[in-house]
Design a binder for this molecule. Structure first.
Ligand SMILES: *[C@@H]1O[C@H](CO)[C@@H](O)[C@H](O)[C@H]1NC(C)=O
Ligand SMILES: *[C@@H]1O[C@H](CO)[C@@H](O)[C@H](O)[C@H]1NC(C)=O
Ligand SMILES: *[C@@H]1O[C@H](CO)[C@@H](O)[C@H](O)[C@H]1NC(C)=O
Ligand SMILES: *[C@@H]1O[C@H](CO)[C@@H](O)[C@H](O)[C@H]1NC(C)=O
Ligand SMILES: *[C@@H]1O[C@H](CO)[C@@H](O)[C@H](O)[C@H]1NC(C)=O
Ligand SMILES: *[C@@H]1O[C@H](CO)[C@@H](O)[C@H](O)[C@H]1NC(C)=O
Length: 203
């Protein structure tokens, strides 16, 4: 009998410990002040793999504006830009990744479908790399305002679903290997003022 009670006690204690762990995990849904949520850090890891970017240092907070995430200007490399910005003005100082600028870095992967896992991203600038493939349908559901993928090795038709990113203000696709015509669906981009550096006349 005593043994049975002991087992019950042990089980109760285990359940209690498990519950405490779960409760802490639940409060962990909100990131610490100054940090992005864990999901966004994992998204950055996925994006790095897709782009084949190897020098993001995940032992440092991507939102700390340190030189690990925001490389200062190099006069000998005027085009090079290696920047991740966050907005940390959310509830309780929580951060969200808003800008990824990776210009002139010789990245040889593909455009990252995982971009869609950064719901607060507004600016993606991958100008002048060696990225191949095309723009993924996943991007259609982003809220991007600035999209620059010019100067890469993208190919195939210019996707119609780019017309779904109605938040776009600026889009640069030039100097790639896209073929075919500019799809009529891009006419849905009513906020767009600048396509590949050409001003769009709005009526
Ligand atoms: C990343 O940061 C850690 C801690 O500052 C440092 O020890 C490490 O060398 C860095 N890694 C790279 C690849 O820069
Ligand atoms: C990093 O810079 C951004 C804007 O430039 C700012 O909103 C944010 O608070 C800064 N983060 C830290 C940790 O200083
Ligand atoms: C990189 O681009 C961002 C956004 O346009 C800009 O704020 C920053 O000054 C640039 N950094 C360098 C090193 O040119
Ligand atoms: C783009 O929007 C249209 C119309 O709302 C929808 O039918 C289509 O599935 C969307 N495309 C993508 C790739 O999300
Ligand atoms: C575009 O290029 C692909 C091969 O990359 C080819 O199959 C397709 O027919 C081309 N389309 C046009 C409109 O030229
Ligand atoms: C459009 O883009 C070009 C090249 O990036 C730039 O020089 C010009 O100022 C932009 N115009 C507007 C209205 O943003």
């Amino acid at each position: 009998m005593a043994l049975v009670l002991d087992i019950e006690k042990i089980i109760l204690t285990l359940v209690l410990i498990w519950c405490i762990l779960i409760c802490f995990e639940a409060t962990g849904i909100h990131a610490q002040p100054g940090y992005p949520p864990k999901e966004e850090i994992n998204a950055l890891r996925d994006i790095a793999k897709e782009l084949r970017k190897t020098d993001w240092n995940f032992t440092h907070n991507p939102c700390d504006n340190s030189t690990y995430w925001v490389t200062p200007k190099r006069s000998e490399m005027p085009l090079y830009n290696n920047t991740v910005y966050c907005n940390c003005n959310y509830n309780g100082g929580e951060c969200h990744v808003t800008d990824i600028i990776l210009k002139g870095q010789d990245l040889a992967g593909v455009l990252p479908p995982s971009l869609v896992k950064l719901p607060y991203l507004r600016n993606i600038d991958l100008f002048r790399n060696y990225l191949s493939g095309t723009i993924h349908p996943e991007w259609a559901s982003t809220k991007l305002e600035y999209l620059s993928v010019g100067g890469n090795r993208l190919s195939g038709p210019i996707p119609k679903y780019l017309g779904n990113i109605t938040t776009l203000i600026y889009m640069s696709l030039e100097s790639n290997m896209f073929n075919g015509t500019v799809p009529a669906e891009l006419g849905k981009l009513f906020n767009l003022v600048n396509l590949s550096g050409f001003l769009i006349f709005k009526f």
